[in-house]
Structure formats: C-alpha cells, structure tokens
Design a protein around this ligand. Structure first.
Ligand SMILES: NC(=O)c1ccc[n+]([C@@H]2O[C@H](COP(=O)([O-])OP(=O)(O)OC[C@H]3O[C@@H](n4cnc5c(N)ncnc54)[C@H](OP(=O)(O)O)[C@@H]3O)[C@@H](O)[C@H]2O)c1
Length: 389
C-alpha cells in the first residue's frame, strides 16, 4: 500500500517506518529537516521536507505521493512537562487542530481512502470506572493546561472520524515508554525518578495505561487494513497504579527505590484520579496484540533479546549503497546495529543491492538526544557508564 506518514521521525514514527517497510508498504515520509530526510531515504522511505502548516506544499506533496492511506503521528510536545505553564500544550494543540485539518484536506484532495491518527488514552473523565472503554466521556472540564489539551483532542478526533470521503481511525495511545520518551533514560520523567523527585504515593488510586513505542507503531500498521472508522484504545494489558509501576521503573533505570510521599497528593492529582483504558476493542477489531503485554515484561532481560524485523537498504548502485549504508549507520546508534549484516543481494534485479540491516530498536528521534556512551535496553532505559551520569 502507498502510505503517507506525517511524523516519521518522532518517537513513534521512528519504529513505524521500518515496520511499514517490512510489511511491504511504500512510505512517503514527512519531516521538516533535510538531515532527517536523508536518514529516512537511507532506510528506504521517500522523504518530503515540509512543515505541516504549509498547506499548499502539504497538498502538493500528498497529491504527488497519491497515498492510499495517511498516517498522522505528529506531535509538538516539550522536552519537559511543566504543569505550571498554561501554554505548555499550545504547539501540540495547534498540530492537533490546524495541522490535522491541513492533513485531512490534503488527504481527501489526493484521493486517500483512509487516515489513521494518533491521540491519547489518558484523558478520560476522572469519574466512575477505573479502566475505560472508548465510549467513556473525556475530561472536557479539566483545568488548564490539561483543559486546552483535551479540547484539541476532541476537535482532532471528531475531524478525523467525521470528515466525509475518507475512513478515519483514531488510535488513543497509552503513556508511552521506550526510546526517546519521557521515561527513557534521558527523558525528563526518568530524570526526576533518578534524582528522587518522584515520591511513591502509598494507596494511590489513579490508574495508568502504558504502551511501548514499538507497539504504538504496530497498532498503526494494523489499523491501515483493519477496523471500522472510530476510536481505539491502544494500551498494554496491565493498567497499574503508581505504587505498582514506579518501583519497577526506578529499578529498571538503576535508581534508588522511591521514597514515600511525606503528604498525600490532592484527590484531583493524576496519582489519585487518572483513569486507565481497555484494549479489548483494538484486539477484537484491529487484530492487534501488544508485543510488550505489560510494562513489567518490557523491563525484563529476555525482552531485550527481541528485535524488530530486518529492513533492506534501497540503493540503485554500489556507490549509492555505500553512502546510504554510511548514512544509516550514522543515524543509528552502535547498540542498535549490533546485528547489522551487509550481505549479498538476494534479488538484485530490482536494482537494490540487497544489503540488510537488522534494527534492534530504530530510533531517529533518539538521535536528537543521543549519548554515545549509553547502551539501550528494550524498554529504552539505558545502563550508562559512570562518566555519562
Ligand atoms: N501517548 C504518549 O504518551 C505520547 C505520544 C506522543 C509523544 N509523547 C512524548 O512526547 C515527547 C516528544 O515526542 P516525539 O519525540 O515524538 O516528538 P518530536 O520529535 O518533537 O515530533 C514528533 C514528530 O512530529 C513531527 N512534527 C512536529 N511538528 C511538525 C510540523 N510543524 N511539521 C511537520 N512535522 C512536524 C516531527 O518531525 P520533524 O521534527 O522531523 O520535522 C516528528 O516526526 C516524548 O517524550 C514522547 O514520549 C508521548
């Protein structure tokens, strides 16, 4: 299938590109960066350098690509969440409102049949059941900055699912973990845990639903061909309270066990009020299963042995192969490419040289924050050398 991917270089887009290629799709990939465009090309995608707010260019690029499906994985979130800043989510809200409208207009104009868009599964109203299905009300009367975020989510989801002439599926992702996320070794939340700034709230009742970035990507691949238009919670199988997941995450990060909170947080805090999500509909209708069924499993050593499917570099000649190979090596960390195996072409007739790359965890976004002395685990938590701490 011809797929147009907006957000090809973010925490989800990075594992999504190789998954799409491995499934045999042709990928046109949007980025604002010329450098990242070269990296995308090196792994076999067709890059387009364009800002999503440049509506004319987006439309022209989409028309040229003529995709059967559009994947919307754009976000614009800060490196650190600062809940005291009422405008914290403004850039992301713009992407989810104006950006979504521009993408949808272009998708319909180009004749695309389907759009699959990212959303979130942790803004259900903090009342009633602790684990929600997709029919539950969203937290539309939340205070700022969360209230603005929820309003943008509502507009985004309605536009995706109700635009005439295109099938729209919304994937409500759980709290992401894995390479490049806030919970990665170099992410801001991990930073807080390691520094002892996140106390354990004994008896906390809020429920968190988690999701590994690779599973976020695999759900998008599944939604290209399965499922009726509508919303789907994409979360793992084990909703958990803060006292359940925090000690496990702290241990995986190599941090000291979190100290108990001196005073309980207010009832409206996420630790006390958050609602989790059920993935029953996604399993039933998309045929999707999380590879990491639990955040516990993802931190186990066994899971680190698993690897994503191989993808092939697409090169027209030996000379271009060498430069693409070098570029791909540059954008992937050494740890990711421990299984990289240049080999002879299996079917050179298509002009591809046939060198194969085995990605153990592709992560273009992670490159932005890469620390050369760190090595990666499957969960994205890293065992860094003493010098890098
Ligand atoms: N459900 C969740 O929990 C959830 C979901 C998403 C993100 N997050 C968190 O948010 C943080 C940042 O995520 P991230 O690394 O994915 O974000 P990011 O790298 O800042 O951006 C995500 C993608 O959106 C693209 N993009 C953003 N604005 C664009 C624009 N105006 N035009 C075209 N493309 C645009 C970026 O492309 P270029 O920069 O290449 O142009 C990139 O591919 C992470 O900590 C992550 O865990 C959490």
């Amino acid at each position: 299938m011809r797929v147009f991917l907006a957000g090809a270089t973010g925490v989800i887009g990075t594992p999504l590109v190789p998954q799409l290629l491995a499934a045999g799709h042709h990928v046109t990939a949007l980025t604002r960066s010329v450098l990242r465009a070269a990296q995308l090309e090196a792994v076999g995608a067709d890059p387009v350098v364009c800002d999503v707010f440049d509506a004319d260019r987006v439309r022209a690029a989409m028309t040229h690509a003529s995709p059967e499906a559009v994947l919307h994985q754009l976000t614009a979130l800060p490196a650190r969440l600062d809940w005291a800043d009422p405008g914290m989510f403004d850039p992301n809200n713009r992407v989810r409102t104006e950006g979504t409208r521009i993408l949808l207009d272009a998708a319909v104009a180009s004749g695309a049949r389907r759009i699959v868009a990212q959303s979130i599964a942790f803004v259900y109203a903090p009342t009633g059941d602790r684990v929600k299905d997709e029919s539950a009300a969203l937290f539309t009367d939340a205070p700022p900055p969360l209230g603005g975020l929820v309003a943008a989510v509502v507009e985004h989801e309605q536009r995706v699912t109700a635009t005439a002439g295109i099938e729209g599926l919304v994937l409500r992702y759980g709290m992401l973990y894995g390479p490049g996320t806030y919970h990665d070794r170099r992410g801001s939340t991990a930073d807080d845990i390691i520094a002892g700034r996140m106390p354990l709230v004994d008896g906390a009742t809020g429920v968190y639903s988690w999701l590994h970035v690779e599973d976020a990507a695999s759900a998008a691949v599944a939604a290209l061909e399965h499922g009726a238009p509508g919303t789907y919670n994409i979360v793992d199988d084990e909703p958990a309270t803060q006292p359940q997941w925090l000690p496990v995450l702290a241990r995986a990060l190599g941090a000291d066990p979190p100290a108990a909170a001196a005073t309980p947080p207010p009832p409206e805090s996420p630790e006390m009020s958050l609602r989790g999500a059920s993935n029953a509909k996604a399993k039933r209708e998309l045929g999707w299963r999380p590879r990491y069924a639990s955040w516990r499993e993802a931190s186990s050593p066994a899971s680190r042995e698993r690897s994503a499917p191989p993808i092939r570099l697409h090169c027209r000649s030996e000379a271009s192969c060498s430069s693409k190979w070098a570029s791909a090596l540059r954008y992937s960390s050494v740890a990711q490419l421990t299984r990289a195996t240049p080999s002879a072409a299996s079917s050179p007739s298509d002009g591809a040289c046939g060198r194969r790359m085995m990605f153990t965890g592709p992560r273009i976004s992670d490159m932005k924050r890469r620390n050369a002395s760190a090595s990666h685990s499957a969960m994205g938590y890293t065992q860094s050398t003493p010098a890098s701490r």
